[in-house]
Design a binder for this molecule. Structure first.
Ligand SMILES: [Zn+2]
Length: 217
């Protein structure tokens, strides 16, 4: 099954992607991870992407689409793939659709994780990270035993400077502007599963699994 998963940061994409990957035994291909891997391996495209990133610039769409195409042509994608983080604009979507046509790997389904603003705000502004081991806590629903101290390593917990309501609003406006049209495009094709991701993780997963199984059945 060829799947694209969409949702704003904080919607729980990473967690659901892990579950889907294991359940369906397909590779989880996140655009961010794909870049880091290409840069680490110093592939020609990785080197090119690094030049842009090092200058604080966005990697151009044609570089990204070539990278995605190369990645999805690898043998581990024979039984399907789970794409995450790309395409996120309409321009990218046009190029992506054409590339998948060429590869004969068109999307079967798009999963859209919807979250209420209040839930998103709580998840994001409540997030605390350990300076030493990177463990993630939340002061609302996943508190450390001692306030400000990591349960695992005793390290100091901190809040990321962009984990604020204000930054969240900015990110949501950008998402609405750039990415919502992509979702609307796939809705128009009848390819979207809408999931209520404001629920607890297990409930989100149950809804998602049922929806995917209904497709296969
Ligand atoms: Zn720690």
């Amino acid at each position: 099954m060829n799947i694209l998963i969409m949702g704003v940061a904080g919607a729980g994409k990473g967690t659901m992607a892990e579950r889907i990957k294991e359940h369906y035994n397909i590779p989880h291909i996140s655009s961010g991870e794909m870049f880091r891997e290409a840069i680490r391996q110093e592939t020609p495209l990785g080197k090119l992407a690094k030049q842009y990133i090092d200058h604080g610039l966005l990697v151009p769409d044609d570089v990204t689409i070539t990278m995605v195409k190369e990645r999805l042509a690898k043998p581990d994608c024979t039984n399907g793939y789970l794409l995450d983080g790309f395409p996120r604009t309409m321009i990218q979507t046009g190029a992506f659709e054409k590339a998948m046509d060429d590869l004969d790997k068109k999307l079967d389904i798009v999963i859209n994780l919807n979250v209420d603003f209040e839930v998103l705000e709580e998840r994001i502004t409540g997030r605390r990270l350990c300076k030493d081991c990177g463990a993630i806590y939340n002061i609302h629903n996943h508190k450390p035993k001692i306030e400000g101290v990591c349960d695992i390593c005793g390290g100091e917990l901190y809040q990321r400077s962009d984990d604020t309501t204000n930054q969240l609003r900015i990110r949501l406006t950008e998402y609405e502007h750039l990415t919502k049209p992509v979702i609307d495009f796939y809705i128009g094709k009848g390819d979207v599963i809408q999931i209520d991701a404001s629920q607890p993780v297990e409930d989100v997963w149950n809804d998602l699994k049922k929806a995917l199984e209904a497709l296969n059945g």
